[in-house]
Design a protein around this ligand. Structure first.
Ligand code: NFS
Ligand code: SF4
Length: 672
């Protein structure tokens, strides 16, 4: 499979391809057809266009542009490319930051008794969070602690001096690098504002300095907005543990009211999950001729509710219009981020109602029901009713696919720790040992969007299989999880069928799949805390940098993805993005982001369209890291001595003997 750049590309997902073909045959427009028509401007694509002031836009092109090109103000190509990238980081950090802020305000409302439909589900996690950020917890009422935690997090956004709270959570050495290079974020909003300020006309004219600040704004996302979001979500709705679910455009039911929750923030989605199980609601659906209510998700809202409730996903970003084209969706309820403006247009051809719920995301042609956490369940009921009322309007029209794939999701930091030794000896020792012995060659975070510019989901699928075949443990998030899930890859059987011998042994011993679904895109922060725990455990690197680990976002689309890539780079992880480089016009910027960042932080951000090359670079990084750590050379099928992993049965025996019903997890049946 080749990433064929700007040539028309479809989808690598079978069910999506069926629906797409049906839509194409009727002349329905989708992101795929638009991607065929729209040629990206090569100047803008590679970062060589500046439009931050009205003397321009200035386009620095030609063979001598790097050395001699100047905008009207005199800005060089490296400065222009660096500014473009920094602004993407600022936007991405703003997106995740706003999400984190909303979560913090929800937690505050809960603590103040103003959001009666929410509660603190994971008190233990709340206390753990409180301890990390220095909020006194012992002996205090839960809601008081929750209030102080919420206020402290809210402060993180507007803080002018000092440090974002979670910076202290990173390994000391990693923090040391950040201090040395002045990228410790003060307040999340402050770093976003300064990025915009610095990158206006007549400000910072040093590409390295601009990019360095971009890293600061990115750290404010990874160790700020996103991490806050993940943790508060766990506190309010529960820390995930493995759960069975399904993935596919085929999750919709012919004879039930199908509702899709799409977007990112789980607040409303959690309420809808509760409401669709209410007997009165089910009765109401029956009164309209439906057999019941079927809830599914899309994009990261799907990941959130799948991780905690086993709600099925209809897929990632490029599946949203296709979902409507099944003709089976009564309401697509959207919150924030990655909502295609095209949804209302395609929905006109069907009976599907698009329901917007955030004042930040309004769409002409949609029905708006404003979400408010103070009145959450009533709003959720109103939305579900609206969907049920739409059921009788369903037409025969649509492309009904039926195949679905089983998924195991729900791997939180806490669960991964637990699964390696149980409640009493939870640790990262077995994982570190398996890496040291060469059973596991390394770890890859496979993340980010699915993109209609390549055969959508295809890069994820290719890389996932090749990585596990080569004994690399994969942790997936965001639409990468959706890509793997809708391909049937998120099951333990994958280990038997496709994993290399070392990885397979580890998976069988612990009872896990070789690709672990860690959650939504904000949950990439789970990878940061896991890497931190692995550094603390010993035997590998004593910081995040230097671990045999790589991040890959092979089909990236959004500014959020760029911000994520940069915070991983700053934290010490080499990152490889697929697709053309948004800074490809400048050799100097490319050098800074790869070589200079690697020297300073042991991380990097590469762009490489060819999946085979992405794979080769990944193995190269992992093997060099192993060599630098003086670990056993990786050879397939040959392992060094290591401690024997406890299998599930042995562990259960011990736990039964110790404390009855004390497990934090185990594989739950889907509630659906
Ligand atoms: Ni992440 Fe989740 Fe998907 Fe990309 Fe969009 S849904 S936040 S940005 S497209 S992975
Ligand atoms: Fe052109 Fe400089 Fe204005 Fe950019 S800031 S548009 S390079 S004049």
């Amino acid at each position: 499979m080749k990433n064929n750049g700007h040539k028309p590309a479809k989808t690598a997902n079978k069910e999506a391809a069926i629906v797409l073909e049906w839509g194409d045959s009727r002349g329905y427009e989708t992101c795929f057809t638009r991607a065929e028509k729209m040629k990206p401007c090569p100047i803008g694509e590679s970062g060589a266009c500046c439009k931050v002031c009205h003397m321009g836009p200035c386009r620095l092109v030609g063979t001598k542009a790097e050395e001699e090109g100047r905008g009207i103000c005199g800005a060089t190509l490296p400065v222009i490319a660096a500014r473009n990238l920094a602004r993407m980081v600022a936007a991405g950090t703003a997106c995740h930051g706003d999400h984190g802020r909303d979560m913090a305000f929800t937690l505050l409302a809960v603590a103040e008794g103003e959001a009666k439909d929410f509660k603190i589900k994971d008190v233990k996690k709340l206390y753990r969070v409180a301890e990390i950020i220095g909020v006194a917890a012992e002996g205090r009422p839960v809601l008081d602690v929750a209030k102080d935690v919420a206020l402290k997090f809210i402060e993180d956004f507007g803080r002018q001096r000092g440090e974002v709270s979670y910076v202290r959570r990173a390994p000391k050495k990693t923090q040391g690098r950040w201090k040395k290079w002045d990228i410790v974020p003060r307040g999340i909003d402050r770093e976003i504002a300064e990025t915009l300020d610095r990158t206006t006309m007549g400000m910072d004219a040093d590409a390295d300095s601009i990019l360095n600040h971009a890293l600061k704004a990115a750290v404010a996302n990874g160790w700020g907005g996103s991490m806050i979001s993940t943790d508060i979500t766990d506190v309010l709705f529960g820390t995930p543990s493995p759960v069975k679910a399904e993935a596919s455009l085929g999750i919709f039911k012919d004879d039930e009211v199908n509702i899709v929750i799409h977007g990112h923030e789980p607040n409303l989605a959690e309420m809808i999950v509760d409401v669709v199980y209410e007997p009165e609601m089910i009765e109401y659906a029956k009164s309209k001729g439906a057999k019941g209510i079927n809830l599914g998700g899309m994009c990261c809202t799907a990941n959130e509710v799948m991780m905690r409730h086993g709600i099925p996903t209809a897929g990632g970003f490029t599946n949203q219009e296709l979902g409507i084209m099944t003709g089976l969706i009564e309401a697509m309820v959207v919150d924030v981020q990655c909502i295609m403006p095209a949804l209302t247009e395609v929905s006109k051809k069907f009976h599907t109602k698009i329901v917007t719920t955030s004042s930040k995301v309004r769409m002409p042609g949609a029905t708006h029901v404003q979400f408010d956490e103070h009145n959450a369940k009533d709003i959720a009921r109103e939305i579900v009713k609206l969907a049920i009322d739409n059921y009788p309007n369903r037409k025969a029209e649509g492309s009904h696919v039926t195949e679905t794939f089983p998924v195991i999701a729900g791997f939180s930091h806490e669960y991964i720790e637990y699964m390696q030794g149980g409640r009493w000896r939870a640790s990262f020792r077995p994982l570190n040992d398996a890496i040291m012995a060469g059973r596991i060659r390394g770890v890859v975070g496979l993340a980010g969007c699915d993109n209609p510019r390549v055969p959508s989901t295809g890069m994820h699928k290719f890389l996932a299989i090749e990585l596990i075949k080569n004994d690399v443990l994969v942790v997936s998030t965001g639409c990468s999880s959706a890509s793997c899930g809708t391909a049937g890859f998120l099951t333990p059987e994958m280990a038997m069928e496709n994993a290399g011998p070392g990885l397979r042994e580890v998976c069988e011993a612990i009872g896990i799949p070789p690709i672990l679904h860690l959650g939504s895109c904000v949950d990439n922060t789970r990878i940061l805390t896991i890497a931190t725990a692995m550094a603390a455990e010993g035997g590998l690197s004593d910081e995040i940098g230097g671990m045999p680990a790589v991040g890959i976002a092979p089909e990236f689309i959004t500014e959020k993805a760029i911000s994520i890539g940069c915070y991983f780079a700053a934290s010490g992880v080499p990152v490889i993005f697929g697709g053309e480089s948004p800074v490809g016009a400048s050799r100097e910027v490319t050098r800074i982001m790869t070589e200079v960042w690697f020297e300073r932080f042991k991380g990097a951000l590469h762009f490489e369209p060819d999946p085979e090359k992405i794979l080769a670079m990944t193995f190269d990084y992992i093997d060099k890291a192993r060599e630098a750590l003086k670990l056993r050379k990786y050879e397939p099928g040959k392992f060094g001595a290591e401690r024997v992993l406890m299998d599930m049965a042995a562990r259960r025996e011990i736990e039964k003997a110790a404390v009855p019903h004390a497990g934090v997890g185990g594989i739950n049946e889907s509630e659906n």
